[in-house]
Design a protein around this ligand. Structure first.
Ligand code: 1PR
Length: 533
């Protein structure tokens, strides 16, 4: 029997699903006594450190947790659930007292690489542990964090990971264990670790396994644009430059293109080795997403069998329904996290928020980006940008916008362009460029950019490298290159020609023109690190 410590933030559904899939039984902590009577605890933490400590204090869970840990009964802290065991974190601006079972603190990454450290990275073993039974040197695990442990006592470090420099990525002392990575999101190797934790009651080392892990992999993401078709069925669709209706000449011209069912396709991509899966509810801007229960069901069903990170976008904004009840974007996001999402993606609303911020220079603290980031952490907030090229003959014609000199001249030979942001799935253009938007959203607390490009979407002509370079240079958070993938060579091109952290594709995967393993084989052949599932 596993006792799950759910303090009310982040995606605990994935841990629950993973444990149940492995045959474990779960009970959830509802009172301090549940901790004291537990036999084995998993504490999954996602979100913001300060918020977590405040909730633990408010619920009276600190003292029972300290007592439980002192008894050396098995405990597995995941991400924040591990960080909480130490004395405090730089993320906690109020400097609350933490559990303090281990001595040491949590500090922000000091690196010129992208922060959050996000993606699949290897581990280097520092001490023996049966927790890592059957884990080989090729295993990579999913990390998503801006802060890492600095333990005072090196003997508690179970593994380290290299991200610019080496940091403690797992700790163990007796039966008290913690990982910075998310086993519940780390495919079959993560499931193996959870299985080891469920199976064993004593984590005293038996024999040495040597693991000297690989570095951070470039992520390959499968994207599912989802909407209802004209018959009212929820389908995965795919547009050409955002037009998702069948063209004249097609047998079913005018209909929404139907490329499959969201839950089935997501499972297929997980099994083929996708590193993440993104669902975009592409008509979410029209309706209130919480009325759009099929999307919640899609997440709930998908997260039962898919153990890699899931992102959901579409319609995440403040909303007042027909009865006058007001919902904040935070409430909408909360519902998605509870249904199995690890990250939410904001499109149209991010443009409005960033425009207001750029125009006034003031943070309100109330925007969807700020609110969701404050509670769930920056790593859970993705900004999906839908830009389109606007050509100009000279830089000054687009004063106030980030203009680039392009190697792909415009229809009248223009040598300059800027990338105009759009809202409502490309329908409405806004007087804001993609580079300025990305910088503003980072300043407001976003943790990742999903960089689409309407000109390239569905064209199979390759990613817009100039756009990706311009945005990547302007921000320190990870950037996902999206739109235009047509062949494996486009993926190696985007990773060698730009500093993109991940590449996303839709059409070629849905139509089975280029399977994910073929993309990964090609990248590995070009010396680009990829995760093998
Ligand atoms: O504005 O917060 O409600 O979010 C709506 C979301 O839906 C946004 O993220 C927006 O990008 C997306 N969206 C809206 N309309 C469309 C459409 O296609 N008509 N899809 C749409 C955007 C673009 C990518 C696509 C890549 C790769 N889809 O997600 O998957 O371009 O495609 P490819 O590999 O086939 O070239 P909000």
């Amino acid at each position: 029997m596993i006792t799950l410590l759910d303090y009310g933030a982040g995606n605990v559904r994935s841990v629950r699903n993973a444990v149940e899939k492995l045959g474990g039984t779960l009970t959830t902590v509802t009172s301090p006594e549940d901790i004291l009577s537990a036999e084995k605890i998993i504490f999954p933490g996602v979100g913001n450190y300060e918020n977590m400590i405040q909730v633990l204090n408010r619920k009276g869970l600190m003292a029972p947790l300290r007592e439980y840990l002192a008894s050396n009964r098995p405990f597995f802290g995941i991400c924040l659930g591990m960080q909480a065991l130490f004395q405090g974190s730089e993320e906690d601006l109020s400097n609350n007292e933490s559990i303090g079972f281990f001595s040491g603190r949590v500090e922000r990454f000091k690196t010129r690489l992208s922060v959050p450290h996000m993606g699949w990275n290897g581990i280097h073993l520092k001490q023996d542990s049966p927790l890592l039974d059957r884990i080989g040197p090729d295993a990579r695990f999913y990390f998503v964090h801006s802060f890492h442990l600095v333990p005072h006592d090196p003997s508690v470090v179970l593994t380290t990971t290299t991200y610019d420099y080496e940091f403690a990525s797992a700790i163990q002392q007796g039966n008290i264990i913690g990982t910075q990575f998310h086993p519940e999101k780390s495919g079959k190797h993560g499931m193996q670790i959870l299985e080891n934790f469920i199976r064993l009651t004593d984590f005293t080392p038996a024999g040495r396994v040597d693991i000297l892990g690989k570095g951070l992999a470039k992520r390959i993401i499968a994207c599912l644009d989802v909407r209802s078709n004209d018959q009212g069925d929820l389908v995965v669709t795919k547009g050409d430059q955002y037009d998702v209706r069948e063209k004249p000449g097609a047998a079913d011209k005018g209909n929404v293109r139907n490329l499959g069912k969201p839950v089935d396709l997501a499972r297929r991509y997980y099994e083929e080795g996708a590193d993440e899966i993104t669902f975009l509810n592409i008509t979410g801007f029209r309706d209130f997403p919480l009325a759009d229960l099929p999307m919640i069901t899609v997440l709930e069903q998908t997260s039962k069998n898919v153990f890699v990170p899931l992102t959901i976008g579409g319609g995440i904004k403040d909303y007042t329904d027909a009865e006058g009840r007001h919902y904040t974007a935070l409430e909408v996001a909360d519902r998605y996290f509870r249904s199995g999402a690890d990250k939410i993606s904001i499109g149209s609303d991010a443009v409005h928020i960033a425009k207001a911020f750029v125009d006034t220079g003031k943070k309100t603290g109330k925007s969807a980006i700020e609110q969701i980031s404050r509670v769930y952490g920056a790593q859970a907030v993705v900004i999906s940008i839908d830009p389109r090229r606007v050509y100009v003959a000279a830089r000054q014609e687009a004063a106030g916008h980030h203009v680039i000199e392009t190697g792909i001249p415009g229809p009248d030979g223009e040598r300059f362009c800027w990338y105009q942001c759009t809202v409502q799935g490309g329908r409405t253009a806004v007087d804001l460029d993609a580079v300025t938007l990305a910088k503003a959203c980072e300043a407001l607390g976003a943790g990742e950019i999903l960089l689409n490009c309407i000109d390239r979407d569905g064209t199979k002509s390759g990613f817009d490298l100039e756009l990706i370079r311009a945005v990547k240079q302007a921000v320190t958070i990870p950037v996902i290159a999206s739109s235009g993938a047509g062949s494996p060579a486009h993926f190696s091109e985007v990773f060698t020609e730009t500093r993109a952290d991940a590449a996303l594709a839709a059409g070629i995967f849905h139509r089975k023109e280029v399977p994910i393993p073929q993309v990964k084989d090609h990248l590995a052949g070009h010396g680009i690190p990829v995760r093998r599932s």
